[in-house]
Design a protein around this ligand. Sequence first.
Ligand SMILES: [Zn+2]
Length: 193
Amino acid sequence: MNEQELFEAIYETILNRTAKYDGQYYIGITSTKIFCRPSCRSRTPKRKNVRVYRSIQEAIDAGFRACKRCKPEVSGKHGPDAEMAERVKQLIHHQYKEALTLNAMAQQLAISPYHLLRVFKRVTGLTPSKYLMTHRISEAKKLLLADQKAIAQVAAETGFSNPPHFSSVFKKMAGCSPHEYREKTAEEGERLK
Ligand SMILES: [Zn+2]
């Protein structure tokens, strides 16, 4: 992409308010002397007033102040942190059937477990292990309703090596045992027919 194409691509995300370039580029708005994330929800700047910078420092050096609304200087919702949280989620969605620990996830993503935990929690509000358990239980619910598989089988297929542990986590999160969940939902299904 040449400079002009890059500018057009970024301006496109400004119009659509998409976060695609957040954390990679910053836009300075010459009419207000403020710089923003490209996805900032304040008023859409005119094309001729937009300058593109590759770093916060470049924008500051050019005389822009950080926008108070999208806080481009804070790594947060969009940008690299959100990307990392997204990669953790994808990893969990692909590997929840396996014994997945924080260390194993961190190793696969080549970051420290502490950093992974902190960033993931900041972006999603959940720890990776809580997110993993939530995902496992939601998959378990689907399996329980799909056919009459034994509970131990459902546990094994959703990453629980120990069926009693599965039942206790399930009960905590769903408010009833796996068996009750299956019965109750089947009954409700009957009633709706
Ligand atoms: Zn802004």
